[in-house]
Unconditional design. Structure first.
Length: 307
């Protein structure tokens, strides 16, 4: 670990100023519609001692829901986004080679992973995009999720999970590129399954507003933004539509353009912002010309807004 004393005072001071503390964060989440129902189901599962899984498309609010749940219960929140790069040691922990050189293979030279920390500190652990993980990695968690005990091979010992520990898994639809079928043994340990879709337009509008309180867009402009975003989720040829994060980004960029130009956005503004925001955030069938499809979506949304 780097010694901050040997770093220039200016950087060390700024580093300390920007270092995250353990203070509670506030996650903006609109508890209406499906989010209210999902939150209440999660609460019931938590009180029943049943681990929960959340299934929904990319950017549908799964992480925000879980973070909000942890905040409301004044619980620590640890999470890992699974991928081919995640190994059991990424979750459980590993030895620090420099400390091993000084202390040997001892608990004082062991750096616990986020799952182990959650297990001993009684946090909520969020396994994000869990169906992108390798089966052997998920198998390392089976005993913990069933018997509430975790084997740490580096220390050659078992530990008992804190009674407050809770596990939530989130996964994308199984037909999404890069996902795998969850192993039955792992899936069996998730007893409650919650499904999320992209929110209804009125809820997404509130989400945009709560995430962009300074937004300088009229209701009609926001309505057009949401028509564009919604169209990406229903148009054939788009395999990965716009997420809630994308809709927030679209509104923010358009809002800053409106602020700078001091006028209502026109069709050209919508097309330019759409090309900047959507072109890399969406995925299309190989036969589709992305920019042409985006222009068509924007034009249709614009014309519908004028009718």
């Amino acid at each position: 670990m780097t010694d901050l004393k040997n770093i220039s005072p200016s950087f060390a001071q700024k580093f300390t100023q920007h270092q995250l503390s353990g203070e509670q964060q506030i996650t903006p989440l609109i508890l209406e519609g499906q989010y209210k129902q999902a939150y209440e189901t999660l609460l019931d599962a938590y009180n029943a001692g049943l681990y929960a899984g959340i299934v929904g498309p990319v950017g549908s609010g799964k992480t925000a829901l879980c973070r909000k749940f942890a905040e409301d219960h004044d619980r620590g929140f640890s999470w890992v986004t699974f991928s081919d790069l995640i190994r059991p040691s990424s979750l459980i922990g590993t030895f620090d080679p420099t400390l091993v050189f000084k202390l040997g293979y001892d608990i004082d030279s062991f750096i616990p992973g986020p799952f182990t920390l959650a297990a001993v500190e009684g946090r909520i652990f969020f396994a994000n995009e869990v169906n992108r993980g390798e089966e052997y990695v998920l198998n390392a968690l089976l005993d913990a999720l069933e018997e509430r005990r975790l084997y740490i091979p580096q220390l050659k010992t078992w530990i008992e999970l804190d009674e407050k520990f809770y596990f939530i898994a989130a996964m994308n639809p199984s037909d999404l590129r890069g996902t795998r079928v969850l192993p039955e043994a792992f899936k069996d340990r998730i007893r409650v399954w919650i499904t999320l879709e992209y929110p209804k337009k009125e809820v997404e509008l509130k989400i945009i507003k709560v995430n962009c309180p300074e937004l300088n867009l009229s209701e009609s402009a926001l309505e057009t933004v949401l028509k564009i975003i919604t169209a990406t989720r229903t148009t054939l040829g788009i395999t990965k539509p716009a997420s809630i994060r994308t809709s927030i980004g679209f509104a923010k960029l358009l809002g800053e353009r409106v602020r700078r130009l001091n006028r209502e956005p026109n069709l050209k503004d919508f097309k330019e912002v759409a090309s900047l925001i959507l072109i890399q955030n969406l995925e299309f069938n190989p036969s589709i010309t992305p920019l042409q499809m985006i222009d068509e979506i924007v034009l249709k949304a614009w014309n519908n807004g004028k009718n």
